[in-house]
Design a protein around this ligand. Structure first.
Ligand code: HEM
Length: 893
């Protein structure tokens, strides 16, 4: 049987009370809590700088905090009901459908309803990617489980005991034994492979930890949300400290707000959608992109409201829909004579009661087009000629010149031809195309359009001139010309991502500075010698270390480069359109680089095949499956994809033409000085370093920058963290089952003894170490054994991680309705352009002073077939953005 409504209500009240005040009982209709309020017992301290760095790795939003409180109540309710005389099972409780329970999750994120699906562009937060499950892949969702968690109490307490019920080894002891700092560089692949891996991890996953956690998780704290790691007495690195503080990840309610085992959040969009460049919400995106006055409302409220503009779909639809109906038109008997003589005289104008406003709006528009296209946009002749709007087409199109002349254009034929709007439209001289093409008079003339035809069509030019679309008249009409100019169209419009001009003027822009309104992007406690500021990007971990910041810089520059170039091809696109089209291309590039260049090296050919991850050769991808949830697996974020921690170098080389040095990782965390140091080449020299320096080998070893000095303050001191310990502890915090369960899940044989691990972990010393740490093969922490596995053929990671990573990236592809290779995303030509480009090309285009690059930047330039070639050579093909140029509608034959 299931609990009654009354039982549920009572349980919820009690659970909330207990979480506040310790164990409670009901006495005579009153709840009496036996202990002191828990809050009072926990001394709150100011977190140290290194703890604040740590907190930056897991921003949590007010909503996730709120939801985690609900999830905690749910967990307590379940626990109490399971321990009640009724002894409900978790299975029974999981089935309960009641408002008393689901009401706890009323704050859960939801997607804004939308009437019309936008098939072209993703939303900023990934909502509505899946039409049946709009929330799939959006932020603040529960991490998916491939295997049920194994918590100590079956519900939510970290996995701290082994199969035999005795405690697991201390995570720090495991780290000390297994993840020593033994360095070996790889001969084939570059440090860029590491860096892109981290960049990608921030693109798809971020678990949440309460930033307040560090204030309360002091050593000795008994708070259940603290899972501190005791420092062994003989610890060589953290002497004098009794623990490494570890606040647990905050818990996420289960799907549907049902009672169940503890879950965790992913706070970013799961999709490979460049959300680390643009942010994970509409708000982030607005903050990162240039708008006229920063605020969308202000923008809309302006006298020339952008939204109204778009909605009016000027002019065609509005034109048709407005009271400009064809019949009225004809009935109004537009005075033929006036027209001939000078249609545009203002008196006639007013007398004819032509709707002044509408007219002015249109006039304005045409003028702008004219002026802009004409003068500012260097509409060049070659492009023009390449258009199919072209003499040849004209002929083909039965627009034969003779017929033309016979039609006695312009005057009589004009009238006879029933200037009516329908014919007009049918002639496919579509007003819209016209506008978008911004048919510039001068280009027109220069195009040697046959003189005679020209004259015959001269009604246009003449009328044009006669209409005196001149600035003076214009200004006299009190059109807010100044306001217009102030909007600084088009450069300042928000189609660009914000950036900061490089102090060296000839160099490319840097990421924008984080302002005080962006606290998540501040480098906690940092005060550089020159008051350096940390950077703003789509992901708040951008400042974690300078090579990561550098890669973010490259992608910001690539957005702006593409947006500028696209605007040349499509004069008629407004800044919104330019922004979204560019963002779509950047997202596609991210997918192309991840699946086309990066993953094959991580997973090797067999796992690429197994999970069907290889990009299509010449066709579109038809594997979209709306039943696939693209969300991130808990095991992927908590263990498998952390494989990258093994391949990080302790020192990051940097190269500039006259400088070669390196950055010590331990001294670079959240320190923007390196990025801004132009004498050492800024971000560009760091990127060059990444493409030149080998990565660390994939093995169980990790460098001291990560295991001794992570976020240490002062840098290099014993006041930091150990990332290996953190990873192990995080796995236990999330209840990840032990290694053996994962082996079986991933298709490997169940191992009953340590010797049976031989096929995957051939190194005997490693197996002996494992056997001395763990009492049972079942117990081994996945992160530990995952690093110890031998690489798969042609890949980096071992078979267990390869399976888990492959599966995740398969879901991210099959579950993405906006996957770039789908036939409704790009044309065949555009897709070919995206596929032909590479991260190497992007680096060439967006760095200063880089003239050569190896075609595959994840491989070393010493790798056979991967020699550096000039950026200008055909070895590094560039995207041809003219494939994005929109063509005017052609008349049908
Ligand atoms: C200098 C390089 C790197 C540093 C300093 C670094 C540091 C960190 C830290 C401090 C965390 C938070 C751990 C926790 O609290 O549980 C983390 C998480 C993570 N790291 Fe790294 N990392 C680096 C490179 C990489 C690379 C190369 C990869 C993958 C190829 C990677 C993948 C991950 C993943 C998947 C997470 C979990 C993210 C989440 O869901 O919150 N990291 N890293």
């Amino acid at each position: 049987h299931a609990p009654t409504e009354d039982q549920l209500r009572e349980a919820v009240v009690m659970a909330a009370e207990e979480l506040e005040n310790g164990h409670c009982v009901r006495k005579d209709n009153e709840i009496v809590c036996e202990q002191e309020p828990r809050q009072a017992k926990v001394a709150s301290v100011t977190p140290t700088k290194s703890q604040r760095h740590f907190a930056t790795m897991h921003r949590s939003t007010p909503r996730t905090i709120k939801l985690s409180q609900s999830a905690a109540i749910l967990e307590k309710v379940a626990k109490n009901l399971m321990n009640s005389p009724d002894h409900f099972t978790l299975e029974q409780l999981g089935q309960v459908v009641s408002r008393s329970i689901t009401g706890l999750c009323d704050e859960a994120p939801s997607c804004e309803p939308r009437l019309i699906d936008n098939k072209e562009f993703r939303t900023a937060n990934g909502c509505h990617n899946n039409l049946l499950h709009p929330l799939w892949g959006s932020p603040e969702q529960c991490l998916k489980r491939l295997l049920d968690p194994q918590y100590k109490d079956g519900l939510g307490e970290p996995r701290t005991t082994g199969r035999d019920g005795d405690p697991l080894p201390n995570a720090r002891d495991v780290s000390l034994a297994m993840n020593e700092d033994l360095r070996k560089s790889n001969h084939e692949t570059s440090h860029m492979l590491m860096q892109f891996g981290q960049f990608m991890s921030h693109e798809i996953t971020m678990t949440a930890v309460d930033p307040e956690g560090f204030s309360t998780c002091t050593c000795g704290s008994a708070k259940p949300e603290c899972f501190n790691v005791p420092v062994p007495p003989d610890d060589p690195d953290f002497r004098g400290r009794s623990c490494l503080e570890f606040p647990r990840s905050i818990q996420s309610p289960n799907e549907g707000c049902s009672m169940g085992q503890r879950q965790q959040f992913d706070q970013v969009t799961a999709f490979v959608d460049a959300s680390n460049v643009y942010g994970h919400s509409e708000e982030d995106m607005n903050n990162l992109s240039l708008r006229d006055e920063g605020e969308p409302e202000a923008w809309r409220e302006r006298a020339w409201p952008e939204r109204a503009w778009r909605e009016r779909a000027w002019p065609e639809r509005a034109w048709r829909e407005r009271a400009w109906p064809e019949r009225a038109w004809r009935e109004r008997a537009w005075p033929e004579r006036a027209w001939r003589e000078r249609a545009w005289r203002e008196r006639a104008w007013r007398e004819r009661a032509w709707p002044e406003t509408a007219w002015r709006e249109r006039a304005w528009h045409e003028w702008v087009l004219h002026e802009r296209a004409w003068h500012e946009w260097a509409w060049n002749e070659r492009v023009w000629r390449e258009w199919a709007w072209h003499e040849w087409v004209l002929h083909e199109r039965a627009w034969p010149e003779r017929a033309w002349r016979e039609r006695a254009w312009p005057e009589r034929a004009w009238r006879e031809r029933a200037w009516p709007e329908r014919a007009w439209r049918e002639r496919a001289w579509p007003e819209r195309a016209w506008r978008e093409r911004a048919w510039p008079e001068r280009a027109w003339r220069e195009r040697a359009w046959p003189e005679r035809a020209w004259r015959e069509r001269a009604w246009r030019e003449r009328a044009w001139r006669e209409r005196a679309w001149r600035e003076r008249a214009w200004r006299e009409r009190a059109w807010p010309e100044r306001a217009w100019r102030e909007r600084a169209w088009p450069e300042r419009a928000w189609r660009l991502l914000k950036s900061k001009p490089n102090p060296q003027e000839w160099k490319k822009d840097l990421l924008p500075e984080a302002k005080s309104k962006d606290p998540e992007f501040q480098c906690p406690g940092f005060t550089g010698p020159n008051d350096e500021k940390c950077s703003l990007a789509g992901d708040n971990r951008v400042n974690q270390q300078p090579a990561l910041t550098s890669l973010h810089t490259v992608f910001m520059r690539e957005h702006n480069r593409i947006a500028r170039e696209l605007s040349q091809h499509n004069g008629g696109w407004d800044d919104n359109r330019l922004f979204y089209e560019t963002r779509k291309i950047i997202g596609a590039l991210m997918q192309k680089i991840a699946y086309g260049e990066y993953l094959p090296l991580v997973l090797g050919p067999d796992f690429m095949d197994k999970f069907d991850l290889t990009l299509t050769k010449s066709r579109f991808f038809d594997g979209y499956d709306p039943t696939v949830n693209p969300g991130i697996y808990n095991v992927f974020a908590t263990a498998a994809y952390r494989f990258g921690h093994s391949i990080v170098q302790n020192e990051f080389d940097r190269y500039s033409p006259d400088y070669q040095t390196s950055i010590k990782l331990a001294f670079s965390f959240f320190n923007p000085t390196y990025i801004l140091n132009d004498a050492e080449g800024g971000p560009d020299s760091i990127i060059r370093g990444l493409t030149t320096q080998p990565r660390q080998d994939f093995d169980r070893y990790m460098v001291s920058g990560l295991t001794k000095f992570l976020f240490a303050d002062p840098p290099g001191s014993n006041q930091g963290f150990d990332l290996a310990t953190v990873n192990i502890q995080r796995g236990r915090d999330h209840g990840l089952p032990g290694y053996n369960a994962w082996r079986v899940r991933c298709g490997l044989k169940n191992a009953t003894t340590f010797t049976e691990l031989k096929s995957q972990i051939p190194d005997e010393t490693t197996r002996e170490k494992l056997a001395s740490l763990y009492r049972d093969v079942e117990d081994i922490d996945l992160f530990v054994s995952g690093l110890a596995e031998e690489s798969v053929k042609g890949g980096i990671v071992g078979p267990t991680f390869a399976y888990l990573i492959g599966k995740q990236f398969q879901d991210l592809r099959r579950g993405d309705r906006f996957w770039f290779e789908k036939d409704d995303q790009f044309t065949e030509d555009q897709l070919a352009e995206i596929k032909k480009t590479s991260l190497a090309r992007i680096l060439c285009d967006n760095m200063d002073g880089t003239t050569d690059m190896q075609p595959n930047v994840f491989k070393l330039p010493t790798h056979p077939g991967n020699k550096r070639v000039p950026c200008a050579s055909s070895g590094l093909p560039q995207m041809d953005l003219s494939k994005w140029q929109e063509w005017p509608d052609m008349p049908e034959k």
